[in-house]
Design a protein around this ligand. Sequence first.
Ligand SMILES: O=c1ccn([C@H]2C[C@H](O)[C@@H](COP(=O)(O)OP(=O)(O)OP(=O)(O)O)O2)c(=O)[nH]1
Ligand SMILES: [Mg+2]
Length: 145
Amino acid sequence: MIRIQIARLPHGEGLPLPAYATEHAAGMDVVSAEDLDLQPGQRHAVATGLRIAIPAGYEVQVRPRSGLALKHGITVPNTPGTIDADYRGELKVIMINHGTEAFPIRRGERIAQLVPAAVTQASWDEVDELDETARGDGGFGSTGR
Ligand SMILES: O=c1ccn([C@H]2C[C@H](O)[C@@H](COP(=O)(O)OP(=O)(O)OP(=O)(O)O)O2)c(=O)[nH]1
Ligand SMILES: [Mg+2]
């Protein structure tokens, strides 16, 4: 359990903070701060009215809700969205309608889920040759279907 500072923008006033729906849920459901009808094929960065300050060494992933995906074709095209620890702008949820009908997104409705995660940063050791492995350069289905 880590602590993350969260601040509301004016249009975020009165909305519930992202919250776990069940005791051991992996994601905190986050709600929309705006009303819109997402047309088939349309993308929109949905406002949450929230800003957060994630501790260094962590990120927050933005993931779709499976019910919206299965029933309505509503998903997050950049899933998992990445909220960087040093980002201080508004948290937005990019949503796309892969369905065939307009989908109403209403203020206060849960649109996605936030999953905090530890981040490992790396630096490069540039070399001329890499060690050999049994897989070698086989990939992209090289082991069969
Ligand atoms: O679903 C998302 C994804 C990103 N962001 C914000 C927070 C994140 O820290 C910042 C940058 O995101 P990312 O690195 O994925 O986008 P980019 O296209 O690389 O933009 P930048 O050049 O600003 O890093 O945008 C969101 O609010 N929601
Ligand atoms: Mg980036």
